[in-house]
Design a protein around this ligand. Structure first.
Ligand code: CP
Length: 299
């Protein structure tokens, strides 16, 4: 009966347990639930990867799925409140995967539901299962997330994947983390105050790009800006292009939680460093492993 609200809900041992199980799944292990289970996907906000990879993961485990991918088809459109919607999903399912535009929505749901809640992204707060995928991709590429130099580039203020990644990395030992963003998109102070590894905030990747092992890029989260004029000022303020990638180490990697807009030039997709589509493919074995642990009662 474990909720997953933040990447801090995973200990280092939890991360390594999920990575090890996902590795076995990738090598062909048949992971099946012994009892019939129903997984509810409650997506109040749009999603391609998270929704579909969680659904695929549940089906592969032998679970049934119910859910929705917008509020148009549910009774919220008739005025039903969020708490009552969660109570209904609690009645019908064994686990609720929730995405919502409001920070704290998953935590609030966990206070209402006696069934496990998995946060699939709440506002600008967190997206912890994306962090499992992100750090697993690093683990697969380098053997360990430790002793590497990370560059986190983009919208560090509103990107929930960045908050979760920065918190998740506190469970490991990064050599150094460069936080690279224009001034209006700098990481929030409350996140920085939690970091237990060396980091530096800089404006541009150009001076440090040759040191970086893992370049993690995010899009500018247009939908989170309270003022569209503020978005207009920063849009297109950074792009990962051939010139930048040509300065990277040969064995470095570029990650992106996706969706991408224009912050990575399409021509980078064929470079050996481009691992973002591979990263997205790892969503299924990682989410199978997590759902298995939760639905089997091991967690
Ligand atoms: N990475 C991610 O959360 O993608 P979706 O918004 O498509 O789920």
């Amino acid at each position: 009966m474990r909720d997953i609200i933040s990447s801090l809900d995973f200990s280092k041992e939890d991360f390594l347990t999920i990575f090890s199980l996902a590795d076995e799944v990738e090598k062909g292990k048949k992971l099946k639930l012994q009892e019939e289970k129903v997984v509810a996907t409650a997506f109040f906000e749009p999603s391609t990867r998270t929704h579909l990879s969680f659904t695929t993961a549940a089906l592969k485990l032998g679970a049934k799925t119910i859910g929705f991918s917008s509020t148009e088809g549910i009774s919220e459109a008739k005025g039903e409140n969020f708490a009552d919607t969660i109570r209904m999903l609690e009645n019908y399912s064994d686990c609720i995967i929730i995405r919502h535009k409001f920070d704290g929505a998953a935590k609030f749901a966990s206070e209402i539901s006696n069934k496990p809640i998995i946060n699939a992204g709440d506002g600008k707060h967190e997206h912890p299962t994306q962090t499992l995928i992100d750090i697993y991709t690093v683990y697969k590429s380098f053997g360990s997330p430790d002793n590497l130099t990370y560059g986190i580039l983009g919208d560090l203020k509103y990107a929930r994947t960045v908050n979760s990644l920065l918190r998740g990395l506190t469970r490991f030992k990064p050599r150094f983390v460069y936080l690279i963003s224009p001034e209006p998109l700098k990481a929030r102070k409350e996140i920085l105050s939690e970091l237990n590894y060396p980091y530096k905030e800089i404006d541009s990747p150009s001076e440090v790009i040759s040191e970086i092992d893992v370049l993690y890029v995010t899009r500018i989260q247009k939908e989170r800006f309270p003022d569209e004029m503020e978005y207009e000022k920063v849009k297109e303020s950074y792009t990962v292009d051939e010139n930048l990638v040509n300065q990277m180490k040969k064995d470095s990697i570029i990650l992106h939680p996706l969706p991408r807009v224009n912050e990575i030039d399409r021509r980078i997709d064929s470079k050996p460093q481009a691992k973002y589509f591979y990263q997205a493919s790892l969503g299924v074995p990682i989410r199978m492993s997590l759902l298995y642990k939760i639905l089997s009662g091991e967690w």
